[in-house]
Design a binder for this molecule. Sequence first.
Ligand SMILES: C[C@](O)(CO)[C@H](O)COP(=O)(O)O
Length: 238
Amino acid sequence: MVTALIFAGGTGQRMNASAKPKQFLELHGKPIILYTLEHFEGHPEIDNIVVVCLESWIAELKLWLKRYDFRKITRIVAGGPTGHESIYNGLKAMEAICQSEDIVLIHDGVRPLINKELITTNIAKVKECGTAITVEPVIESVIYSEQGDLINSVPERGRMYVAKAPQSFRYGVIWKLHQKAHKDGIVAVDSAHLCNMYGMELHMAISPPNNMKITAPADYYIFRALYEAKENQQILGI
Ligand SMILES: C[C@](O)(CO)[C@H](O)COP(=O)(O)O
């Protein structure tokens, strides 16, 4: 069985004064989270979707899901104070429905431009290698600075990638690791970071361009422009 674990538990503090959490901002009358979920709902290899949502917005999410007739969502659970803890809550809820060998694709609710091919690639890579971390090669130089002032190094650009999502695993492996981190008091920025802290081998899946995450206010407008260009087939390569 393949499950998509969509985390949308954040309050969107980096969106400044937006009245709604970013995952519920609407484009053409539909919240961003639904655009993301539709990719998984419509994918033939995804059996099951678990959503981690900001607790105070679960009722609202349920209304939207009913309106758009989503069928694969089996669990909606409350988020935690960080993305890491939201993912923990989602993995915990999956215990009741998943076997250790099942595959889980962990994806941000606010990454709505994911495509079918990337989901397929993540699943195939986990079957082949055990892990799939979606990445994009960097197109600008990366600076490493320990104190935020002096530059310590400028790594070779051709070897640098940015972590994206989905980040995908065998369920038993990532759930065990999260339980261990919980005991050890470790909080990671994402699953790739967590696995790397514990020295786990990770394999990359290359992202298509524009698999963007809506984080800051300008991202909403970029998403809108890209979505509309794609709908109107105005830009090649999107
Ligand atoms: C998972 C992720 O999107 C990979 O780039 C990212 O780490 C999520 O970060 P956020 O701080 O939870 O938005």
